[in-house]
Write a protein that binds this ligand. Structure first.
Ligand SMILES: [Zn+2]
Length: 212
């Protein structure tokens, strides 16, 4: 298991890089990595911090109830959602971005539905996907300011889509994860690429997703 210092440094670097890509502007987005599993401890960005210039000191350790057990400040409001993703998937790292393309794409899916992405070479960047002939279902969960409810809805969507590599919160953003931070980062890059491709190609086709 990596140390708190190591994970804090990696999360801060990654957060600045995601800010630079325009995928989590201002204080939006939050990032976490599992520090230990028994008991569960998560290193996570603190609430309200601008992601431009994110520093290792902006990270906290929370327990499985989302309570801060190390570090200064308040954990991100979405900490319970990160914990839900870790429970549902066994992930070692969880990344949450608010990009233009993930926000736009999240709005098109029906309630309880998902965004389907198929046929792109870039899908092979997702864990255990070996061919472009893969159909990725990205579940879309309704947004809410009740984060306990959001965490339950996210866990339910992930139990309905155990093969998913990410999910969208409607009008809000992407959650993706990986066995470790490197894999989670790769998944953000793959999804943000695919979301832009799908959004642009739908717009070019007249803004409709099939449906005649
Ligand atoms: Zn968010």
């Amino acid at each position: 298991m990596a140390s708190f210092e190591h994970l804090s440094t990696r999360l801060a670097e990654l957060g600045r890089a995601l800010y630079d890509r325009g995928w989590a502007m201002g204080t939006s987005g939050n990032y976490s990595a599992v520090l230990s599993t028994e008991p569960l401890r998560l290193v996570i960005t603190r609430s309200g911090v601008d992601k431009d210039g994110l520093l290792p000191g902006d990270m906290l350790v929370v327990d499985e109830a989302g309570k801060a057990v190390m570090g200064a400040g308040k954990p991100s409001a979405e900490t319970v959602v990160h914990l839900g993703v870790v429970h549902a998937t066994g992930a070692g790292a969880v990344l949450h971005t608010h990009s233009v393309w993930n926000t736009l794409l999240s709005e098109g899916a029906p309630e309880g539905g998902s965004v389907e992405i198929a046929g792109y070479e870039m899908l092979k960047g997702l864990r255990d996907v070996a061919t472009h002939e893969h159909t990725e279902q990205v579940p879309v969960v309704e947004n809410t300011q009740d984060y306990e409810r959001m965490a339950r809805d996210v866990e339910a969507a992930l139990s309905a889509h155990p093969e998913a590599h990410g999910l969208l919160l409607r009008g809000h953003g992407l959650y993706t994860w990986g066995r470790d931070l490197a894999e989670a980062k790769r998944h953000v890059e793959v999804f943000e690429f695919l979301f832009e491709v799908v959004s642009r190609s739908r717009a070019a086709a007249g803004g409709h997703d099939g449906g005649g």
